[in-house]
Design a binder for this molecule. Structure first.
Ligand SMILES: [Zn+2]
Length: 195
């Protein structure tokens, strides 16, 4: 899993052999899922988990800090109660979401050379312009959460995307707050107190 670090970061993969080194383009979207514990029922309201705290910690530590640092959106997905599944979905339809995403992408491609994920460090300041309170929030939270500079930049890009979904020119404090939320995972950070 650790060899994914470089392509996740650079969008390129380098292969070195005795005869030389070759480089290939490798821009992909990583979507991954894992169970909360080896048995899969930790935090479940339906079945009891019988894993020991030690087993749970060692299971979760298989995902290293550097890999987590490169994942922008960490989301806990609780089990959906049966009644709710039967009642049906009242949220946005896939078609609604698609429309929003397409509009946001158009905004991005019009403004940047590519999608927000690939904004370079030199472009970051001009592309990700923030309202003053958004900037204060990002700086304060980053210090409190001891975010790495990589994470800081990634939070900013996610906030830029959330603002694009709302078709706003400047990033506002609620966009930063939402982006920060995706970076905090109770699941990994507070160990086994997650409920
Ligand atoms: Zn378990």
């Amino acid at each position: 899993m650790e060899v994914l670090r470089q392509p996740m970061e650079d969008g390129r993969v380098r292969i070195s052999r005795a005869s030389g080194t070759v480089e290939f383009p490798s821009r992909f979207m990583l979507v991954a899922a894992m169970n909360p514990c080896p048995c899969g029922y930790f935090g479940s309201k339906v079945r009891e988990c019988h894993c020991t705290p030690n087993r749970i910690s060692s299971y979760r530590s298989r995902i290293s800090g550097p890999i987590l640092d490169r994942i922008d959106l960490l989301i806990n997905v609780p089990q959906i109660p049966l009644e709710q599944m039967v009642a049906g979905n009242t949220g946005l339809t896939s078609r609604d979401v698609r429309e929003l995403v397409e509009k946001a992408r158009q905004i991005q491609l019009h403004r940047n050379p590519g999608a927000n994920a690939w904004i370079s460090e030199t472009q970051l300041k001009t592309v990700c312009r923030m309202e003053p309170d958004a900037e204060t929030l990002l700086l304060t939270a980053s210090r409190k959460m001891s975010l790495s500079s990589r994470s800081f930049n990634r939070v900013l890009k996610v906030a830029r995307t959330i603002a694009d979904l709302e078709q706003l020119e400047k990033i506002e404090a609620p966009h930063i707050a939402e982006a920060l939320q995706y970076k905090i995972s109770d699941f990994f950070e507070s160990g086994i107190t997650y409920d």
